[in-house]
Design a protein around this ligand. Structure first.
Ligand SMILES: Nc1ncnc2c1ncn2[C@@H]1O[C@H](COP(=O)(O)OP(=O)(O)OP(=O)(O)O)[C@@H](O)[C@H]1O
Ligand SMILES: [Mg+2]
Length: 269
């Protein structure tokens, strides 16, 4: 059966991040994407102009409607906005999908600097969704908030491993996109192991939604029953190709090419 991914996240009107990036990614990797929208952002490649939260009962209603009928192999969370929405999602998932693996991207701040999670919501995020997740995917600033440590270098990333394990997810992908310099290191941290992924930084403005895209690509792999390290490796390769073939749109942080796996359509005879 096709891998089913329920995405719980915010909408990006610019199409490069959020729900839009998530749907494109899951589809491009052969999965089936469903959504529970938590917030509607007014956004383009240059920044976030506004955020309109979706009422908690509407967020819960979308999750319940999808899980009661279609079901999901993996749940991916992105922008969750407020403590209230996080608590509602936690309670809804405990009732309707307690055993569905979760890929939790702990989104806090947009690439342009706009806050996407209330400052008081971190504890709720950890208690409700991070604990027990199959994997969480913090970038360096998010990992700093989650652990209370400074994480700006590869050495500090390695030193933060125990503090990240304590959060209670089964695995952590600590993303190094915010590192200084030409090398990019992501660490996949599991209970007994740390796998280091290393690449050269691509010099480009097309990095809008890299984090959402990576987490959704991991979710698509897990929905297809790929082992975690394989799902992460494929997701990183998918993101890298999407950056390298980016369409060059917008005046700011441009979108990726999510469709690089999609070939020409040949109508059925
Ligand atoms: N310029 C780049 N070249 C190559 N890979 C990159 C580049 N920027 C980010 N990546 C990769 O993209 C993935 C996302 O990492 P990043 O740290 O940028 O996430 P993020 O900050 O959550 O992104 P977002 O701002 O979209 O939420 C990581 O695997 C990272 O190594
Ligand atoms: Mg991110």
């Amino acid at each position: 059966m096709i891998g089913r991914v329920l995405i719980i996240a915010g909408s990006d009107s610019g199409g490069g991040a959020g729900i839009q990036a998530d749907i494109k990614t899951v589809t491009a990797l052969g999965g089936y994407a469903m959504t529970a929208v938590t917030a509607v952002t007014i956004q383009n490649t240059q920044g976030v102009r506004g955020v309109h939260g979706v009422p908690r009962e509407v967020v819960a209603g979308q999750i319940v409607a999808v899980l009661e009928d279609i079901g999901a192999d993996v749940i991916k969370t992105g922008m969750l906005a407020t403590t209230g929405i996080i608590e509602t999602i936690g309670a809804t998932l405990r009732k309707y999908g307690p055993s569905i693996p979760r890929v939790v991207d702990p989104v806090m701040v947009a690439k342009g600097g706009h806050a996407l999670l209330a400052a008081d919501a971190t504890a709720a995020l950890v208690a409700q969704l991070v604990r027990g997740a199959a994997i969480i995917t913090p970038n360096l600033p998010e990992a700093e908030v989650l652990t209370g440590r400074s994480i700006k270098t590869i050495a500090e990333m390695e030193a933060a491993v125990p503090a990240l394990r304590v959060l209670g997810a089964q695995a952590v992908l600590l993303k190094g996109g915010h590192l200084e310099g030409p090398r990019l290191v992501d660490l996949l941290i599991t209970t007994n192991d740390v796998v280091r992924f290393e690449d050269s930084r691509i010099e480009t403005k097309a990095t809008h939604g890299t984090g959402c895209t990576l987490a959704s690509a991991i979710a698509a792999g897990l929905a297809d029953k790929m082992p975690l390290a394989d799902a992460v490796a494929r997701a990183r390769a998918y993101v890298r190709e999407a950056i390298l073939t980016a369409p060059g749109l917008g005046k700011g942080h441009g979108p990726l090419n999510h469709g690089h796996t999609v070939g020409p359509f040949v109508p059925r005879k």
